[in-house]
Design a protein around this ligand. Structure first.
Ligand code: DX5
Ligand code: ZN
Length: 223
C-alpha cells in the first residue's frame, strides 16, 4: 500500500483556517490530522469539537483526530459528531484501554492508540488486534515544530515486525518532526502514515511539500 500523508491542521494559520483547509483539499494528501490538547495531558491547549466540526465542513478528506487529553472516553462522542473518521487516544491516558478502544468502535468509526516517546510499543500489544492504527509519537506531544526523536525508528521496526507476524492490517502512523529530511528512513522502518505539520504548512508551497512527501519511494534494500 502506498503511504499516506496527513497534514496537521495545528500548524496552519488559524486566522485563515478555511483557506488553509481548502488548499490541502487540492493536494495529494490523504487525511487531515486534528490535534486536540487539553492543557492537562499535554502542556498546551489547541481547540475542541466546535472547531473540529467547522474544519469538517470544509475538509474533503477524512479527519484523523488525535486526542491528547485526559479521560478521553468522555469526549469521543463529541468528536464523532464533529465528523471524525478515526479517533486515537493515548495509552498513557487510558487505564482501561481495551474499553476505550471498544467505545470508539461502537460509533462505527476507526480506532487508534497513540504512544508517547518514552512508552514501549509492547504496552499496546495486547490490544493490537483491535486497532486500525497505532500513532507513534516522535516528539513529546503538545507542540508542533519540534525535533524528531530518532529512537522512534527502532519502535517502528519492532511494531511492524509484530503486525507482520500476526498478519494484521493495523497502520503505523508517525507524528512529530516528520519532513523531507527523515521521511524516507521512517518509511523504510515500516511506517504507513506520515503526519506533517510544519513541513507542510510552514513552507512557501504546501502543495509541493505534500507532493514531495507523497512521492518518496522507500528503498527497502537500504534498510
Ligand atoms: C504534537 C502533535 C503533532 C504536531 C506535528 O503534539 O501531535 O501532530 O502537530 O507537528 P510537526 O509536524 O510540526 O512536528
Ligand atoms: Zn498529532
Amino acid at each position: 500500500m502506498p503511504h499516506l500523508i496527513a497534514p496537521s491542521v495545528l500548524a496552519c494559520d488559524f486566522g485563515r483556517i478555511n483557506e488553509q483547509i481548502s488548499l490541502i483539499n487540492r493536494s495529494e494528501a490523504d487525511w487531515f490530522h486534528i490535534d486536540i490538547m487539553d492543557g492537562m495531558f499535554v502542556p498546551n491547549i489547541s481547540f475542541g469539537p466546535a472547531i473540529t466540526k467547522a474544519i469538517h465542513k470544509v475538509a474533503e478528506k477524512p479527519l484523523d483526530v488525535h486526542l491528547m487529553i485526559e479521560q478521553p472516553d468522555r469526549y469521543v462522542k463529541d468528536y464523532v459528531d464533529a465528523g471524525a473518521h478515526l479517533i486515537s487516544v493515548h495509552v498513557e491516558a487510558c487505564p482501561h484501554l481495551h474499553r476505550s478502544v471498544q467505545h470508539i468502535k461502537s460509533f462505527g468509526i476507526k480506532a487508534g492508540v497513540a504512544i508517547n516517546p518514552h512508552t514501549p510499543v509492547e504496552m499496546i500489544f495486547d490490544v493490537l488486534e483491535e486497532l486500525d492504527l497505532v500513532c507513534l509519537m516522535s516528539v513529546n506531544p503538545g507542540f508542533g515544530g519540534q525535533k524528531f526523536i530518532y529512537n522512534t525508528l527502532h519502535k517502528i521496526k519492532r511494531l511492524k515486525e509484530e503486525i507482520t507476524i500476526r498478519n494484521l492490517n493495523t497502520l503505523i502512523e508517525i507524528d512529530g518532526g516528520v519532513g523531507l529530511q527523515n521521511a524516507e528512513k521512517i518509511l523504510q522502518a515500516g511506517a504507513d502514515v506520515l503526519v506533517a505539520g510544519s513541513s507542510v504548512y510552514k513552507t512557501d508551497d504546501p502543495l509541493d511539500a505534500v507532493k514531495r512527501l507523497k512521492s518518496i519511494e522507500k528503498n527497502t534494500l537500504l534498510s
